[in-house]
Design a protein around this ligand. Structure first.
Ligand code: NAP
Length: 249
């Protein structure tokens, strides 16, 4: 009987892991997406879309689908599903690995201000600038909706829904983004402050380099606490872990 692996996805790492495991003899891989993005980039192999129904639903899914190991490769800020899978996998006795890209770290010339929530970022904003490049995702916009003095360039994959800032321009785009492109965006819109979150990874890091070059301060939201589970930072390490966690066919 083949072993079944569940990958909780929605990230480039999750897609790369599904690709790396595709076609392996004796292995069935199911990737799971939340269904938030209208036209998601799909991983190789079987895909299921939509929530599980909390911890109980996920535990039930792991049991009924005969999942032999789970890799949580969700985004570092997707804290609810990560919390769910830690509890559900433990309950059902399924080995769990968290695949998390490392966070970003500032270097010389950076002017970073760490915050814990979008609301904290909104409170800190008036002291730093008025023309804001906001890349925290469409769901965090409500916190900035009452800032009438500020102008926002909002970049997200799908259109946001109200409440959102009154004075804003929307840029629908999906990474990777380049340094020349980010530089042009910041200068072209006369941006004087960047608001983002510590997603980590190369695909969206160029905006931070462009901000450093231009002397633009950055309000950066720190990650939620790391989950209490075995964690690796690369797809290769996840494949290695699976080789040991799963029975050999
Ligand atoms: P979240 O707050 O942690 O999860 C909210 C609910 O969405 C979960 O309780 C779960 O529903 C469902 N869910 C989340 N990820 C799922 C998955 N991979 N498969 C099935 N159900 C999932 O998550 P979020 O921050 O809204 O992120 C949703 C998805 O977008 C994640 O897959 C994440 O990897 C991706 N993403 C998030 C961000 C971000 O900044 N948060 C950025 C890029 C990509 P049930 O409780 O019903 O199971």
């Amino acid at each position: 009987m083949s072993a079944r692996v569940l990958i909780l996805g929605g990230t480039g790492e999750a897609r790369r892991l599904a690709g790396a495991l595709a076609g392996r003899p004796g292995l069935e891989v199911v990737s799971s997406l939340a269904g938030r993005v209208r036209a998601p980039a799909l991983p190789a192999g079987e895909v299921r879309i939509g929530g599980f129904g909390g911890v109980d639903g996920l535990a039930e899914y792991l049991r009924c689908s005969r999942i032999g190991a789970v890799v949580d490769a969700t985004h570092p800020f997707a804290a609810v599903i990560t919390e769910s899978v830690v509890v559900a996998a433990r309950r059902v006795g399924v080995p769990l690995l968290v695949l998390r890209r490392p966070g970003w770290t500032p270097s010389a010339g950076d002017d970073w201000h760490w915050v814990r929530t979008p609301a904290e970022a909104a409170r800190a904003l008036p002291a730093l600038g008025e023309r804001v490049f906001l890349t925290t995702g469409r769901l965090g916009l409500a916190a900035f909706a009452t800032l009438d003095r500020h102008w926002f360039l909002v970049r997200s994959v799908d259109p946001p829904e109200p409440p959102m800032p009154r004075r804003m321009e929307l840029l629908l785009a999906r990474g990777p983004f380049t340094l020349p492109g980010e530089r042009a965006l910041l200068t072209g819109h006369r941006i004087d402050v960047l608001v983002t979150k510590d997603s980590g990874g190369e695909m969206t890091a160029a905006k931070l380099r462009a901000a450093r070059e231009l002397g633009i301060p950055v309000l950066i939201q720190a990650r939620p606490p790391a989950p209490d589970a075995a964690t690796v930072a690369t797809v290769e390490a996840a494949v290695h872990w699976l080789d040991r966690a799963l029975p050999t066919p």
